[in-house]
Design a protein around this ligand. Structure first.
Ligand code: 4AZ
Length: 273
């Protein structure tokens, strides 16, 4: 059971300006029926050891992915507030090496955050929020100790074909309308990008890929987490329609293959600072 009230209180103390994928605006906007990782299964961290949880004041609010011993990849909207400012590093922690979002593994402080220069987050005509270049890198304040529950994932070299089976994971809302404490994952299919852009009313297909499957999806709180194909990173959970799990409206992911160079260059810059 996700203690909604406590989340609301902690949101209030944190500052409601933060764009939290699990936060008041979403709790109000989406009822339990629509809040749906949807259709997934409990998955031990050992099978997705690159998955991390971004936390603030002890609460999971977004996913992330281990790129190297000191760099995490996440969604830009997970480290931005509503004033389009990058969050203070002090208020974001990263839990690694645990299947549960509220204990286990280790919690590491953030040293620095880099967001893609072209990132924008917008709402058009009261439709669901959308973004472009929704990607950011987090420099950890101390290097990760790699092991069976903590591993970096290589970036994919090519986008899987339409229909390919890909896996997405996180601690986001499930079909019961609650945020689970145990990590979940689900398999979905890559969807044709033009078609996805049409139905989701996205103007630009740049640096995006889409995936869907009936009643299987990522959802609020999965943002920033990994979309993988054959254990390589192909996408970062970015946004989706009001209803998670509706195959006619695919989930949208940041295209890691297109942004490979940006990731490699910025990660090198960040870690050499
Ligand atoms: C979100 O709001 C969100 N179904 C993430 C992914 C999807 C929808 C919403 C995709 O964080």
């Amino acid at each position: 059971m996700f203690p909604t009230l406590l989340v609301l209180i902690s949101m209030a103390t944190l500052g409601c300006a933060l764009h939290f994928p699990i936060g008041p605006e979403f709790l109000l906007k989406k009822g339990p029926i629509n809040n749906r990782i949807v259709g997934g299964e409990d998955t031990p961290i050992e099978t997705i050891p690159w998955q991390v949880s971004l936390q603030s004041q002890g609460w999971h609010y977004c996913g992330g992915v281990i790129y190297s011993k000191n760099i995490i990849i996440t969604a830009a909207h997970c480290v931005h507030n509503n004033d389009s400012k990058i969050l203070d590093s002090e208020i974001v922690d990263v839990r690694v090496g645990s299947s549960t979002s509220d204990n286990g593994g280790s919690v590491i402080k953030v040293a620095k955050i880099t967001v893609h220069d072209h990132y924008i987050h917008y709402v058009y005509k009261n439709d669901t929020p959308k973004s472009q270049y929704d990607i950011a890198l987090i420099l950890l304040s101390s290097p990760l100790e790699m092991g069976p529950t903590v591993k970096a994932i290589p970036l994919a070299e090519s986008v899987p074909n339409d229909g390919a089976v890909v896996r997405v994971s996180g601690w986001g809302y499930t079909e019961t309308g609650e945020a689970p404490l145990h990590l979940k994952s689900v398999y979905v299919n890559i969807v044709n990008l033009e078609k996805c852009a049409r139905v989701n009313k996205i103007e630009s297909t740049k640096a995006k890929i889409c995936a869907a499957s009936p009643r299987k999806d990522s959802c609020n709180g999965d943002s920033g987490g990994p979309l993988t194909y054959r254990s390589k990173l192909v996408g970062i959970v970015s946004f989706g329609p009001e209803i998670c799990g509706d195959p006619s409206q695919p989930g949208v992911y940041t295209d890691v293959v297109e942004l490979r160079q940006w990731i490699d260059v910025e990660a090198t810059k960040l870690s050499s600072n």
